[in-house]
Design a protein around this ligand. Structure first.
Ligand code: ATP
Ligand code: MG
Length: 414
């Protein structure tokens, strides 16, 4: 029996693992600068947490969640996204009261039962942030610019920022009614849209099948109340003030129920894919709906694998500098212990001429020729050879693996 990773999952190794680490490390630096602190939540939660927050009539809850029962019959779900878990954690630890202006970030695996294709997997990674307690449009602008900075940090600066306002509980119901009325008389809706018309009519606006079929579709912009209109104008002028170029996209509605007012998506300009690299928005009612204090909130998440694909297409790894690889070889087996101690010492302290090294060897029981072959195979740039005569004089040989030249060096000076 040959085992393979389950459909839609991937082993991440080599250059992709390096890239993912780089993205995680850079994003941590940027979150810190913007004053966000880390939260790690469980990978599974009560299934009802997601059903309630994301909404029954959404793709995620309707068909993408991994739901299972544990041995005591509890209904659990692998997390499909981060926001619901963070809200749950903040309420559970009373952070909605003790830290009402909390700024948090997370990073980790998410699970959605989707049809796998490039940039769309069943287990994938998101890096995201949530900004609680600030209803000002400045929080919206800050989160959008933060997402933009994360992408820029891994070399993705050719992007399109799409923004829209979905209104609030005052103005959205009227827009929903108008949409239901408009689409009820429309012919040729796809099956999903026909089914969703009553309980999630906004989704019809960004349906991948039906988009473009209809003309003079009602636009949210014409239905926004004065408060939402002012708010959206402020978001736009704040974005302009920090040179964020955006497009107002009337069709951007986002799949999740909890959004209010500002929503956004960032797409890559350099890959042909129209899929979003990052997406988010404001959700001013969710904390209270899940049992917390009335706390406005704004957040986003980026898909790490999609960001990696985009980063590779703009050559992220072309100038990626890996540590210098050093191999330790022994010409005489009895020098193994001395070579081993030296290897650990340089792992801990680096070499005097380079602190940024990765150390391999020594290996015992192999001829020197085989050891050097191994050094070539792992692409070591230098091999430090422990040989009896030199070692007795406190010296080793340093072999340059590219031009095959070698020099003597005093061990204590390395
Ligand atoms: P899409 O419209 O592409 O399905 P979404 O609206 O479902 O995206 P969100 O829930 O907003 O996506 O998630 C935020 C980001 O996470 C997306 O912009 C994307 O980069 C990433 N993402 C979402 N689903 C997947 C997936 N199945 N595989 C890989 N990345 C994903
Ligand atoms: Mg999706």
């Amino acid at each position: 029996m040959n085992y393979r990773s389950p459909r839609g999952t991937h082993d991440i190794f080599g250059i992709n693992a390096l890239g993912m680490s780089l993205l995680e490390q850079k994003s941590k630096e940027i979150f810190k600068k913007y004053g966000f602190e880390e939260i790690r939540t469980p990978i599974f939660e009560d299934a009802s947490l997601f059903m309630r927050s994301i909404g029954q009539a959404t793709d995620i809850v309707e068909k993408e969640m991994y739901v299972f029962e544990d041995r005591k019959g509890r209904k659990l779900a692998l997390r499909p996204e981060g926001t619901a878990s963070l809200v749950r954690a903040c309420i559970e630890h009373r952070m909605d009261i003790s830290n009402p202006a909390g700024k948090f970030f997370y990073s980790g695996e998410m699970f959605r039962y989707e049809r796998p294709q490039a940039g769309r997997y069943r287990q994938f990674h998101q890096i995201g942030a949530e900004y609680y307690g600030n209803s000002s449009p400045a929080a919206d602008a800050e989160v959008i610019v933060l997402a933009q900075d994360l992408l820029a940090a891994v070399g993705i600066d050719k992007i399109n920022v799409h923004i829209n306002s979905l209104g609030c509980e005052k103005c959205r119901p009227f827009f929903r009614k108008t949409l239901i009325k408009y689409f009820s008389s429309a012919q040729g809706l796809c099956d999903d849209c026909a089914r969703r018309l009553k309980n999630n009519p906004l989704r019809l606006l960004d349906c991948k099948i039906d988009a473009g079929k209809f003309i003079e579709v009602p636009q949210m912009a014409n239905y926004l109340c004065d408060g939402c209109k002012d708010n959206f104008n402020s978001v736009k002028s704040l974005l302009k003030s920090v040179d964020c170029v955006y497009t107002v996209d009337e069709k951007l509605v986002r799949g999740l129920d909890y959004y209010t007012r500002t929503v956004f998506e960032i797409r890559s300009d350099s890959t042909s894919s129209q899929d979003a690299l990052a997406a988010g928005g404001r959700y001013d009612n969710l904390v209270e709906e899940l049992g917390g204090h009335d706390t406005p909130a704004m957040g986003f998440a980026l898909g790490s694998e999609r960001v990696m694909l985009a980063a590779q297409s703009v050559g992220l790894f072309n100038n990626f500098k890996d540590s210098e690889k050093i191999f330790i070889a022994i010409a005489d087996q009895e020098l193994f212990n001395g070579a081993f101690a030296f290897a650990v010492k340089i792992v801990r302290n680096g070499l005097s001429f380079n602190k940024d090294i990765s150390v391999f060897g020594p290996i015992n029981g192999k001829s020197l020729t085989n050891q050097l072959k191994y050094a070539d195979k792992i692409q070591a740039s230098k091999t430090i050879v422990f040989a009896k005569t030199e070692f007795e004089n406190g010296k080793v040989l340093i072999k340059n693996m590219k031009d095959k030249t070698q020099i003597e060096a005093v061990i204590n000076e390395l």
